[in-house]
Each structure stands twice: as C-alpha cells, then as structure tokens.
Design a binder for this molecule. Structure first.
Ligand code: COA
Ligand code: AMP
Length: 626
C-alpha cells in the first residue's frame, strides 16, 4: 500500500491516533491528553485540554532552535519599489513590541482586533501580535467597501482597528481612510482605538484621542511574551461570503489550526524548514492566512509577501522575477493569475528570462483549474502544476495531490484525491452516495479534521443550519462534482449562490440585495457567468417597477456604481440588463441555473416547473449574442 493510501485509511479509521501523532510537531504549553471532544456532536472540538501559543510556534520556537538569522518574511513590493527582509529574530521582536502596543491599548485575551491592511509587513506583524496575546484577529480584504467593513465591525466588535492609510493598486493609490471613516460612521460598534500605518504615498488624517499612528503605538511599548491559550480558543475570525448579504464569520481555533497547517506544509506542499514558500494571494483571504502567514512560519520556512499583481507590476514576468530572485521552492496562486499572465505572454517568453531552477511546484487553488490553463502552465514551466481544492471554512486543502507524502499522477481538471482527515463523499439529493462518474453534492463526513471551522462567530445555530442540516452527519461543502473510478475528485462548481470572480469568493445574494434597494427595481437576479480571464463574473438582470420610465443605460450605470460603493471594486460588477420578467417556477423560485445556461449559450431544457416559458426568450437571445 502506498504512503498516501496508508495515511488516508488510518486518518479515517483512527482519527484520534492520526492527529495525536501529527500534534507531536507542535510545541505545546500543555500537551493534549484528549484528542477529540465529541460530547456536543455535531459540534466537535480538537485537543480540548491542551494549551499552546500559535505565535510561539510561528516565531519564538524557531529563534530558540537557531533559526534567528534565517529570513522569515520577504516583503517584495513592486508598487513601492522596495524589498524588505525580516529574519525570524527581527519578526519576533517586531511582533513582541506590537503585542505590547496592543496590550497598552487595552487589548486582552479573547478581545478582537480588526485589520484592514494592504499587503505590508505590518499586516503579518499585527496578526501574529494578536496571536501572541491571545487576541482574535479579523482581517478584512482591502477591496471591500465601507458597508462590508461596517458589517464586520458590528459582528466582530473589535476593541482596536489596525489599518493602512492606503493601498496601492498597480499605480493607483486607494486611500483606505475614507472607507474606514465611512464604515465607522455606519457601524453601531465603536472600537476604542484605530492604529494607522501611515504610508508616505498617502498619509491619513487622524482623529485625536481615537487614532494613533503605528509608530506612536509602538513608541515606548514593552515587548511581551507569548501567552498560553486553550487549543480551542479562537485564533481568528475570517468573514466569507454566504448566500445572503450577511457574511459568515468563520472561526479558526489555535490548536487544530497549528497541527493541520504544519502537517499540510510537509505532506501536501512538500515544504520544510528553510524552504522559501510564496503564496501570491492577499492576507485578506484564507489562502493568505494559511499559506502566506501561518503555514510557512509554523514550519520554519521563509514566506514571501508580494504587494503587486501578476501583470502590470511591471509586466507578465513579475511572478517569475519574484520566484527567481527569492529562490522560491513552491509558488501558490489562483488559476486566474496564470490566465492573466498567459493573455499578455501567450508563448511564455518572459518565463525564459529568469532562473527558475529553485521552483519545484506550482500550486493553484481558489477556483476551478481549467485543463487548458493547467496544460499551458505545465508545459511552459516544466514543473508539476498541482490543483488543490478547499474553502475558507476548511482552512487547508480537502483534495490535493500530496507532493510531500506521495506524489501521484496528475489529472487535468481534478484536484486529485481527498486529503487524509477528510472523509469526502458525493451524494444525491437524498444523501445517498452516488457511484463514480455521477455528479452530486460534495459533502464531508463529520468530524471535520483539525483546522476546519468549529463554528461561526457567535452563531452555533447558523453554523448548524448552513452546513450540517442538509445531510445529517455530514458537512455540506456547497460544491458539486464527482469521483472517477480511480478515486480522483472533480469539483465542478458551487451549487448555491456563491460565485468565484478572479479567485475571489462573492455572494450573488449580497449583490441582489443592493440592486433590489434601487427605487426603480421591482425584482432582480444576479448570476455568475463564465469569463475567460476571471473564471466567472457577476451579471445582473433587473425588472423595472410598473410605470417607471428610465433610460436602461443610465439605470445600469447607477446600479454598477451602487454595487461598487456598497460591496466594493472586488465584486467586478459591470453588467446589468433590464429584462421584462425573470424566469420562475410556479412557486416563485427564480430559475438561476437555467438563466445561466442560456446566457452562456447552452441549449438548456425548459424546466417542467416553469411558470411562463416565454420569459426565457431574452436570456436565449443574450446567449446567442454573446
Ligand atoms: N484594495 C483595493 N482595491 C482592490 C484590491 C485591494 N486590495 N484588490 C483589488 N482591488 C480592486 C482592483 O483595483 C479592481 O478595481 P477596478 O475595478 O477599479 O479596476 C477591482 O478591485 C477588481 O480587482 P481584481 O479582481 O484584482 O481584478 P483586476 O482586473 O484588477 O486583475 C487579475 C485581474 C486576474 C490580475 C487579478 O484578479 C488577480 O491577480 N487575481 C488573483 C487573485 C488571487 O490571488 N486570489 C486569491 C486566491 S489564491
Ligand atoms: P474560498 O472560501 O474563498 O476559498 O472559496 C472556496 C470556493 O472556491 C470553493 O467552495 C470552490 O467553489 C472554489 N474553489 C476553491 N478551490 C478550488 C479548486 N481547486 N477547484 C474548484 N473550485 C475551487
């Protein structure tokens, strides 16, 4: 039996033994005696009696082991023309001091700190500083607008907000201060303080008494040591799009997270201490949390924090320049980034300009990896291109080709096989397993392995309702797909109202709420339609209220601006069409899947439950035109 099969079968037959062994790679203040607490099933907790500190495991531990002079973090920022390296000792010292600064501002164990930061080293320092004192960070992606920030402020109720004065999008300065100010005005909850990282490109005005600069916060702050916390204490809350406008606060605990991420770095990504790992994502997303910050640092590897884009900073060779310059062993990004590079450099000429001899693997995740992109990257780079499938909720891969444990043949279109710890099943509408080759809902049998969400922030009920009720005993991933006869999984897309735009997860429900708020709109639907670069883009369809007489183009422009203003530029919402009616079932459910098929030009069957088949004509025409 191969190493993969052996590990997988043991992880399912004896999860406690499997994860007890994996836990030995973590430094515990109080090692786990119990491994899994199932007394409140379907809510499970890993390592219920253990204590540790995640920051200690990410920094202090490696300094103590002699890695103090090894680079821990390389900030490569083509948008500011700088490269800055922090050794493990430097990163520990910076973190210990900022932890002292947070303490002085009144942040205690269990308090939340909201981070709204560009891709700067302070983002990593602030996250680890929270972990150091047992505070709970909640990072909000910079591409979200004030309203989204306000919703998160009210849900997480942070004591302190840490923000950069601006972000830099290629060559455009995005001032964060007005967004933060508007969010604070809209939110009911008021943090006691805001710490602002002043960037010379665009310093922010400060509100006396509430705001202080990063430097002021640090001035005279005493470095503090790591505080032991319960393994089950929350490390962070990361909000992600659900099916409504209210995002879900995914909770990550300390113990399970540390164990799972360290295991995954070695076994999935094949990365060990001293290797350079680069996740070209953003700290605002789960990939950034897990594989820019925690995974590499828990491993004693060097991580790259890249403040730039795949193209335009300055060209489509940017990724290869960074990989060569920092001797990157593994690069992790989203397929859309590769598509963007390919569009500008179809022959991959720029790849040849750099010495990529250090690069062993390209990992891709965040959206479906189309076989064409896989093929292009594989051929041009000459290294394995490895798809891996997971979600904010799981925090680490559910399906992957385990490069460290046992590399297996790669199949285009499939993220390979279930990762040890995940009992993945494909089921039909009644929860019965379907045979290989048949599509269904992808579910994971409980308990989920360590590192996955134990619940949603402050809302066990919503956690159970959203994920556990559909198929009792199973976690609903929200993705559909199938297994093949070799046990390879094919993930074909979401079965709910979540879409993936350029690797960014967005809720069509949230966009519909914005459109429905316009006085001219009677009803609306937003669907994700296929896009060659971004995978999917949102497309809105609105029906006007009776008697309303507006110019459709003017209305469309207003609605586009409204979504940008409420949700943010990251929604990439640019298409709105005024239609006479939406296709619905007789019970009033909008037939989004049928609409999507027709708009994408497929010959969709007319659903038997449709109320009025003539409503389909407009969508068929749109498909024909596209
Ligand atoms: N702060 C402020 N604005 C941001 C932002 C941030 N952190 N990130 C994105 N935006 C803005 C962009 O400037 C853009 O604004 P615009 O509409 O005014 O042009 C909008 O949000 C959409 O951004 P993006 O999705 O990045 O699209 P793009 O067209 O600028 O670039 C790609 C296309 C493919 C190059 C880009 O999407 C990309 O690099 N994707 C990879 C995504 C990724 O790494 N995902 C993580 C999962 S691993
Ligand atoms: P996020 O929570 O932002 O990481 O988005 C998770 C969703 O992205 C999943 O539920 C999938 O729909 C999609 N996704 C992520 N990785 C992959 C992948 N490798 N293949 C197919 N879909 C993916």
């Amino acid at each position: 039996m191969g190493a993969y099969r052996e590990a997988y079968e043991r992880s399912i037959a004896d999860p406690e033994g499997f994860w007890r062994d994996a836990a030995a790679d973590i430094d515990w203040h109080r090692p786990p005696q119990r491994i899994l607490d199932d007394s409140a099933a379907p809510l499970y907790r890993w390592f219920p009696d253990a204590e540790l500190n995640t920051c200690h495991n990410a920094l202090d531990r490696h300094v103590a082991a002699g890695r103090g002079d090894q680079p821990a973090l390389i900030h490569d920022s083509p948008v500011t023309g700088t490269v800055t390296t922090y050794t493990y000792a430097e990163l520990r010292d910076a973190t210990a001091r900022f932890a002292g600064a947070l303490r002085r501002l009144g942040v205690q164990r269990g308090d939340r700190v909201l981070l709204y930061l560009a891709m700067v080293p302070e983002a990593v320092v602030a996250m680890l500083a929270c972990a150091r004192i047992g505070a709970v960070h909640s990072v909000v992606f910079g591409g979200f607008a004030a309203h989204e920030l306000a919703v998160r402020l009210d849900d997480a109720r942070p004591k302190v907000v840490v923000a950069t004065s601006c972000g830099i999008e290629v060559d455009r300065i995005v001032p964060y201060h007005p967004i933060l100010a508007a969010a604070l005005q809209e939110a009911e909850h008021a943090p006691a303080h805001c710490v602002i990282v002043q960037r010379p490109q665009h310093p922010a005005p400060l509100t006396p008494g509430r705001d202080l600069t990063w430097d002021e916060a640090l001035d005279g702050a005493e470095p503090v040591d790591c505080v032991p916390v319960a393994a089950t204490d929350p490390l962070y809350v990361l909000y992600t799009s659900g099916t409504t406008g209210r995002p879900k606060g995914v909770v990550r605990d300390n113990g399970g997270h540390a164990v799972a991420l360290r295991w995954s770095m070695k076994n999935v990504y094949g990365i060990g201490p001293g290797d350079v790992f680069w996740a070209a994502s953003d700290v605002g997303w789960v990939v950034g949390h897990s594989y820019i910050v925690y995974g590499p640092l828990l491993t004693g590897a060097t991580t790259v924090l890249y403040e730039g884009k795949p193209v335009g900073t300055p060209d489509a060779g940017a990724f290869w320049r960074v990989a060569a310059e920092h001797r990157v062993a593994a690069l992790f990004t989203a397929p859309t980034a590769i598509r963007a590079i390919r569009r500008q450099d179809p022959a991959g000429d720029l790849i040849g300009r750099y010495d990529l001899s250090s690069l062993r693997t390209l990992f891709l995740a965040g959206e479906r990896l189309d076989p064409d992109t896989w093929e292009w990257a594989s051929q041009r780079l000459g290294v394995p291109v490895v798809d891996n499938w997971w979600q904010t909720e799981t925090g680490w891969p559910v399906a992957a080709n385990l490069r460290g444990l046992e590399p297996m043949p790669l199949k285009p279109g499939s993220p390979s096989v279930p990762v040890p710890g995940y009992d993945v099943r494909v089921v039909d509408g009644r929860g019965a397993q379907v045979p290989a080759g048949t599509d269904g809902s992808i579910v994971i049998r409980l308990p989920l392995p360590p590192g996955c969400l134990p619940t949603l922030w402050g809302d066990d009920d919503r956690y159970v309702r959203s994920y556990l009720n559909a198929f009792p005993g199973c976690y609903l991933t929200g993705d559909g797909g199938r297994f093949d006869t070799d046990g390879y999984l094919y993930v074909m897309g979401r079965t709910d109202d979540v879409i993936n735009v350029a690797g960014h997860r967005l809720s069509t429900g949230a966009m519909e709420e914005v459109l429905a708020g316009h006085p001219a709109v009677a009803e609306c639907a937003v669907i994700g339609v296929a896009d060659q670069l971004k995978g999917q883009v949102p497309s809105g369809y609105v029906v006007l209220k009776a008697g309303v007489d507006v110019d459709p183009d003017t209305l469309a422009a207003e609605l586009v601006a409204l979504v940008r203003q409420r949700i943010g530029p990251v929604a990439a919402f640019r298409r709105v069409t005024v239609v006479p009616a939406l296709p619905k079932t007789r019970s009033g459910k909008i037939l989004r899947r049928t609409m999507r098929g027709l708009v994408e030009g497929r010959d969709e069957p007319v659903p038997a439950t449709i109320d009025d088949a003539s409503t389909l004509a407009v969508f068929r025409d749109l498909g024909d035109a596209g």
